[in-house]
Ligand binder design. Structure first.
Ligand SMILES: [Zn+2]
Length: 368
């Protein structure tokens, strides 16, 4: 088999049409009243953090600092049948009934605006497009730059900024339509991917591994004993971490959990719920750009060992636009064949420079 090369970014501008504005008129109801009460009690004005500027920041940085060999491809909208592999029909009917409306879906800040339902269909469909291209050998790896994110969306519930579970829709499509027998999903978003875990809880053919900040951090799930059930017992793997964990902890989890798990499971395809809110700018964890690059490099090696390098990243969270854009860039650089920078403890380089700078200051030139 010829070696498949390259990394392709999948993007469709319709994902920008999801734009909930908390000041616009939402469908009136009990949930709206409850959220208004919460918002009015805050002492800072709250803005919807999952906004189109996140994607614009990623694209702007790729334009300012292009990556050699990076290809771009368009996305597509997921069909109802594709979404129904992981969501209930009644949930889909409910979401589709909100087309062109503004409404709250959940108290933990999931809202829709006119355009949101289409954006969500396109987010899931673009993840599918990325998987199809990788499975067809058109590109070795792919990155679906999409929103709204997906990993908190459950079979019958939108929550945590997520409407449809994009990575789950993509995994289910790979199994149902593309001949994949075993799919591995690694979720490194700082929040636990409760929705993805739910969807594949009893599925022995999807291995779900999640590195996240431990409860009570949102959404509060993802403890060690949550390992799946029935025939899927053992194919859910949670790695809860304390707040402030950084590159060394994440890299150890990759080496000592993800690598042996993949050797055991032998996936046909690896998907990544790629959130960037574990970067220290988002204030929950201490992962650096080099840390994201190092994790990508491990995954790429695992994918090359087991499944011809087939690796698809699907964007999840990351709310500081600078670290989100730079984080995505560092992952793409590795997938494009760039060198992998070595993670360092933040500040050590600067202290070393300061030691050098001040070296002469404490030497007495005129000893008595
Ligand atoms: Zn997150």
């Amino acid at each position: 088999m010829t070696e498949r090369k390259g990394i392709t970014v999948f993007y469709d501008e319709r994902v920008l049409k999801h734009f909930p504005d908390v000041n616009s008129a939402f469908l009136p109801g009990r949930l709206d009243k409850r959220i208004r009460t919460i918002l009015s009690g805050l002492n800072v004005q709250w803005k919807y953090p999952e906004h189109p500027g996140r994607i614009e920041a990623i694209l702007n940085l790729l334009e300012q600092e292009p990556i050699a060999g990076l290809a771009f491809a368009p996305g597509q909208a997921a069909t109802r049948e594709q979404l129904a592999r992981v969501h209930t029909m009644s949930f889909l009917d409910d979401i589709f009934s909100l087309r062109d409306e503004s409404a709250w879906l959940d108290v933990d800040t999931t809202a829709v605006s006119p355009g949101s339902v289409e954006a969500a269909e396109v987010a899931a469909g673009t993840a599918i497009a990325a998987v199809e291209a990788v499975m067809a050998g058109q590109t070795e790896s792919a990155f679906a730059v999409v929103r709204p994110p997906g990993h908190h969306a459950e079979p019958a519930r939108a929550r945590g900024f997520c409407l449809f579970n994009n990575v789950a829709v993509a995994a289910a499509h790979a199994q149902a339509a593309l001949g994949c027998e075993r799919v591995m999903i690694l979720d490194w978003d700082v929040h636990h991917g409760n929705g993805t875990q739910d969807i594949f809880w009893a599925d022995p053919d999807v291995m779900f591994i999640d590195l996240h900040r431990a409860a009570p951090f949102y959404p509060g799930t993802g403890s060690l004993p949550e390992v799946g059930a029935g025939r899927g017992e053992g194919t859910t793997v949670n790695v809860p971490l304390p707040g402030g964990a950084g590159d060394v902890a994440y890299f150890k989890a990759m080496q000592e959990i993800v690598v042996p798990a993949a050797d055991f499971f032998k996936p046909d395809l690896i998907l990544v719920s790629a959130g960037f809110d574990a970067h220290w700018f988002d204030l929950a964890m201490n992962v650096s750009y080099e840390g994201f690059a190092a994790m990508t490099s491990v995954l790429q090696a695992v994918a090359r060992k087991h499944c011809h390098g087939r690796l698809v990243c699907v964007l999840e969270g990351g709310y500081n636009t600078e670290s989100l854009a730079r984080g995505v860039h560092s992952v793409l650089e590795v997938l494009a064949g760039g060198s992998v920078p070595e993670p360092r403890v933040c500040g050590i380089e600067e202290v070393e420079a300061a030691v050098e700078y001040h070296r002469g200051a404490f030497i007495d030139d005129n000893p008595v």
